[in-house]
Design a protein around this ligand. Structure first.
Ligand code: GLA
Length: 513
């Protein structure tokens, strides 16, 4: 039986009774005590709320704060309804995260202010309203499975190549943009040189339906139709989720729905999953990560659909040592990249120790490309592309493929550089020499046909002559060499080779056996 009561919505008698009890509870509460929610809207129909569960005793405040992917216990809470401060604290792996809110109660609204980053001068303000007790409570942990080795899915024999939405679009990615990227990749020469995956990152998620199935939000009206479209272009579609209850952007994660979500992804025609730790950090220790990642590894395999499995937990717990065992085809080795020379080089040049862990089917992932996003020079982007090729890194373009400059296009589609990245031997390169000041580095990568890629990187602020003695890089009886950026043949008769390498630039050679 349906009734139009309690605000006019059509509700059943049972829901009506529960709603009225909740309303009665709410009006009985006064002061700060209660459960408060801030609605976070991205205009896509997904319900995302931050919860402030407060208990006031005199002028001290206890409770918890659940905001996007984080869950904090209130460590210090002082003040009264007129003015209060709460400091939340949580452990994230071995480090403590803290958040501070200042607030006051006005009528029945909680006015809150916080600084997103400690260094922010501007306050971020929001308004919380009372919601029923228990809403937004953290779910229970899932049972950790016994560890076993997840069978290799046979995919990613070479590092995956494609595009990912996050670096350029973040929360603004939608169906039209994804179709546009597929159109561009199929027609601008990228597909022809090996780019294949079109990967939707965070913010596609809607809420769960009555059966617990994940839905897509209004930015993605029909995920299956989108997959069909991408497939019709000869490309593959990737998606994103988290083992936590929330993704990093605060959307619905796969927590407790792992098998169900893997099946949904397979039904939609998804070919690649990036699985991002995010909200799982509130529930599990780092030591529990392998078991948690194994759950999705098993679930993907059980769908019977070939789905590349990409682990994203920022390189914690030496993921390169266990990523393959949980079914991972690739694993992020660091925190997030930014479109900045410092960020890109801090990540790229720190990968030397990880070479031994990469092999066909299982790759270190120093994060997606920033090439073409505008804040680095072409020399810097050539360094980015060359370094990622030496590292046998996934090549996931992160720019707007519909509007590229000719030089961005040339950098992303250089066939000789891509051939080094995709080399079938699958042996990640490493540093062979660095100048005393660390500004100049020579890296090499052994290739399947006996050739060697030799990269001369100049991280300094001025152009520098760099010299490589063939014998020093293990190239005694070498053959012909080609500069992979200029496509010029390089004279290999002399015992050494010298080039003027621009500031923040690179010279990369392919030296035949
Ligand atoms: C994390 C990941 C990023 C991106 C965002 C999305 O920060 O490391 O690559 O997926 O989440 O919210």
């Amino acid at each position: 039986m349906m009734r139009r009561l309690c605000g006019g919505a059509r509700v059943s008698i049972a829901v009506l009774a529960m709603t009225c009890i909740a309303v009665a509870q709410l009006s009985a509460q006064s002061g700060l005590t209660g459960n408060w929610a801030v609605e976070n809207s991205n205009g896509d129909g997904a319900i995302r709320r931050s919860y402030f569960t407060l208990a006031q005793q005199g002028d001290s405040i206890h409770g918890s704060i659940r905001a996007t992917q984080f869950f904090y216990r209130i460590k210090e809470g002082t003040g009264t309804a007129d003015k209060f401060t709460i400091v939340g604290s949580m452990m994230d792996g071995t480090s403590e995260r803290k958040v501070t809110y200042e607030g006051r109660l006005v009528g029945d609204s909680l006015l809150l202010a916080t600084r997103r980053r400690a260094t922010d001068t501007m306050l971020t303000r929001s308004v919380a309203r009372r919601v029923p007790d228990g809403e937004g409570a953290m779910p229970a942990r899932v049972a950790l499975p016994a560890r076993h080795t997840v069978k290799y899915n046979g995919l990613a024999k070479a590092p995956p190549m494609g595009w990912n939405s996050w670096n350029k679009f973040a929360g603004r990615v939608d169906d039209a943009a994804v179709r546009g990227m597929a159109d561009a990749m199929a027609s601008n020469g990228m597909r022809a040189v090996g780019y294949e995956y079109i990967n939707i990152d965070d913010t596609w998620e809607g809420n769960r339906d009555a059966q617990g199935n994940i839905t897509s939000n209004s930015k993605f009206p029909d995920m299956k139709a989108l997959a069909d479209y991408v497939h019709s272009k000869g490309l593959k579609l990737g998606i994103y989720s988290s083992p936590g209850p929330n993704t990093c952007a605060g959307y619905e994660g796969s927590h407790g729905h792992e098998v169900q979500d893997a099946k949904t992804f397979a039904t939609w025609g998804i070919d690649y999953l990036k699985y991002d730790w995010c909200g799982a950090r509130n529930m599990y220790t780092d030591e529990e990560m392998p078991a948690i990642y194994q759950i999705m590894g098993d679930a993907l395999l059980a769908t019977g659909r070939p789905i590349v499995y990409s682990l994203c937990q920022y390189g914690r717990l030496d993921v390169w040592k266990w990523g393959a065992d949980v079914g991972g085809n690739l694993w992020r080795t660091t925190g997030d990249i930014r479109d900045a020379w410092d960020s890109m080089t801090r990540i790229g040049f720190s990968q030397n120790e990880l070479s031994q862990y990469a092999k066909p089917g299982h790759w270190n992932d120093p994060d997606m490309l920033e090439i073409g996003n505008g804040a680095m020079t072409d020399d810097e982007y050539r360094t980015h592309m060359s370094l990622w090729a030496i590292l046998a890194a996934p090549l996931l373009a992160g720019n707007d493929l519909r509007a590229m400059t000719p030089s961005t296009h040339a950098i992303l589609t250089n066939r000789m550089v891509i051939a080094i990245d995709q080399d079938p031997l699958g042996k990640q390169g490493s540093r062979v020499r660095a100048s005393a000041a660390g500004d100049q580095e020579i890296w090499t990568r052994q290739l399947a046909d006996g050739a060697t890629a030799v990269a001369l990187f100049n991280r300094g602020t001025a152009a520098a002559p760099m010299k490589v003695r063939w014998a020093d890089v293990g190239l005694g009886n070498h053959g012909a060499a080609t500069d992979v950026w200029t496509l010029r043949r390089v004279d290999t008769a002399a015992p050494e080779y010298e080039a003027l390498v621009p500031s923040h630039g690179v010279v990369m050679l392919r030296v035949a056996r």
